[in-house]
Design a protein around this ligand. Structure first.
Ligand code: GDP
Ligand code: GDP
Length: 438
């Protein structure tokens, strides 16, 4: 099941980033070498009680004049309405209620999305509570006082947020159709690929429950199997500010990727693979999704017998953190190799849901340990006791060891390579959780 998305909306300086950090906590990423992902505080994974969600901060750069503030806030609110399941609308008790707050509150109310009204900078309940009541005037429910900087009221706020999540108690049958997100920079050919796939396959324009998102879902039937394609290209936000556009496109990518099983990372063959591509692909990698690197416009470049190999070299170098991803060279214009995409998608999904028995996993780990001695530090050597697979999508393994600090990233990667040698797992990242057992 894809995780709910929670968006923070509010004027500049009310404390959006501070609240974001208070809610997200110190996010320690398991994958430290994904460029642009862990440093970026636009989104984060949050766990509260037994619930997980993706938190996004819609706030972009600071506008310099009053009228820009309002139009920018409207943009932010719209992004939140389009992409989020729950919206945290944050205001500032010190500044009090201002006109822009009321206008945004109207927009949010009309959207009918669950909104949690939050009043920040209530550093002392005694002193500021009387001023909090003023925010009832916004007409979007009870104001929740918090102090983001001193982490007051954060737990209560999180309780309110998760209470708004849709229930998945089993009465709704889960949609088992593969979901594929098409991501990539503008103009790489995302829409063209979708259109071409649509042209070659039977189309059902679908009305999928809960898709009020900023991505267009299209159902495509291929060889009797239904696939849902999530297209991030369709809707483009207008904004004059470059930083804002980038932020919106990251938010769109994150929320589309979040809902997908497999991500088609589209690259423009003519332009070549860039750092921006690496950033976008990093989102899919970081979320543990299946990834297929699709080099499009293959028709438009001059080729000889070395071109593909050279191309692969460049892609592998820039997207070095996802050696597991398959590369396909396609053309949306000529249709070259596009039908093969479906076989590749099927394979990736199969690998994402592959389960390996504990017995054979441990055999492989013991063999690997025998071949390459585990690291040691100050006379203490890492001991690996036991490995077991605990989840799929992505395949997730727990390794029990004597001392977590001794488990170097490079040794985990070594074990990962051994597991891949044995089982492939092509197209999907693998996740390793290291636990201590005394
Ligand atoms: P943003 O522009 O909405 O992201 O706001 P920031 O998170 O950057 O915060 C703006 C300013 O408000 C900073 O100087 C913060 O230190 C301050 N601030 C944030 N939260 C609180 C709070 O709970 N109490 C007080 N007194 N100041 C806060
Ligand atoms: P999007 O922004 O990623 O959705 O990109 P579009 O699908 O709108 O395509 C951007 C431009 O690239 C358009 O002018 C397309 O005609 C062109 N284009 C897309 N796919 C191909 C392709 O396979 N080969 C060539 N030569 N051009 C393509």
């Amino acid at each position: 099941m894809s995780k709910p998305v929670v968006a923070i909306v509010g004027r500049p300086n009310v404390g959006k980033s501070t609240l974001f950090n208070a809610l997200a906590g110190e996010k320690i990423s398991i994958v430290k070498d994904t460029p642009g992902v862990t440093r970026d505080r636009i989104y984060a994974d949050v766990t509260w009680l037994d619930k997980e969600f993706t938190l996004i901060d819609t706030g972009g750069i600071e506008p310099d004049s009053k009228d820009v503030i309002l139009s920018q806030m409207r943009d932010q609110a719209q992004i939140a309405i389009d992409t989020a399941d729950v919206i945290i609308f944050i205001t500032d008790v010190r500044q009090g209620l201002v006109d822009a707050d009321s206008k945004v509150a109207d927009m949010l109310r009309r959207s009918k999305k669950p909104v949690i009204l939050t009043v920040n900078k209530v550093d002392s309940f005694e002193k500021f509570m009387p001023d909090v009541y003023e925010f009832y005037n916004l007409g979007i429910g009870d104001p929740h006082p918090v102090s983001a900087s001193s982490r007051l009221g954060i737990g209560d706020l999180l309780d309110e947020v998760i209470a708004e999540f849709p229930e998945h108690t089993g009465e709704i049958e889960e949609d088992t159709r593969p979901r594929i997100a098409i991501v990539g920079k503008p103009n790489v050919g995302k829409s063209s690929i979708i259109n071409r796939l649509l042209g070659e396959n039977r189309v059902i324009v679908s009305d999928i429950a809960g898709t009020t998102r900023d991505a267009i879902d299209t159902e495509i039937v291929h060889n009797g199997q239904e696939y849902i394609f999530i297209d991030t290209a369709g809707l483009r936000r207008k904004s004059k500010i470059k930083e804002d556009l980038e932020r919106y496109s990251i938010i769109r990518t994150v929320t589309a990727v979040e809902r997908a099983d497999v991500v088609l990372m589209v690259i423009d063959a003519v332009e070549g693979v860039t750092e921006q591509d690496a950033k976008i692909a990093g989102i899919a990698h970081d979320r543990g999704k299946g990834v297929i690197i699709v080099v499009n416009k293959w028709d438009a470049i001059e080729k000889n017998d070395k071109t593909m190999k050279e191309y692969e070299g460049k892609v592998r170098q820039i997207l070095s953190y996802m050696p597991y991803a398959e590369i396909m060279y396609v053309s949306a214009v000529t249709g070259q190799r596009l039908p093969k995409l479906f076989d590749m998608i099927d394979m990736v999904i199969q690998n994402q849901t592959l389960r390996i028995g504990t017995g054979v996993l441990n055999e492989i780990m013991m063999e690997a340990v025998a071949m390459q001695q585990p690291p040691s530090d100050k006379g203490k050597r890492l001991k690996l006791y036991y490995i077991t697979q605990v989840a799929v999508k992505p395949p997730t393994f727990v390794i029990f060891v004597n001392d977590k600090a001794l488990m170097h990233f490079s040794y985990t990667r070594y074990l990962e390579n051994k597991i891949r040698e044995a089982f492939g797992f092509k197209g999907t990242s693998l996740k390793f959780i290291i636990r201590e057992r005394k």
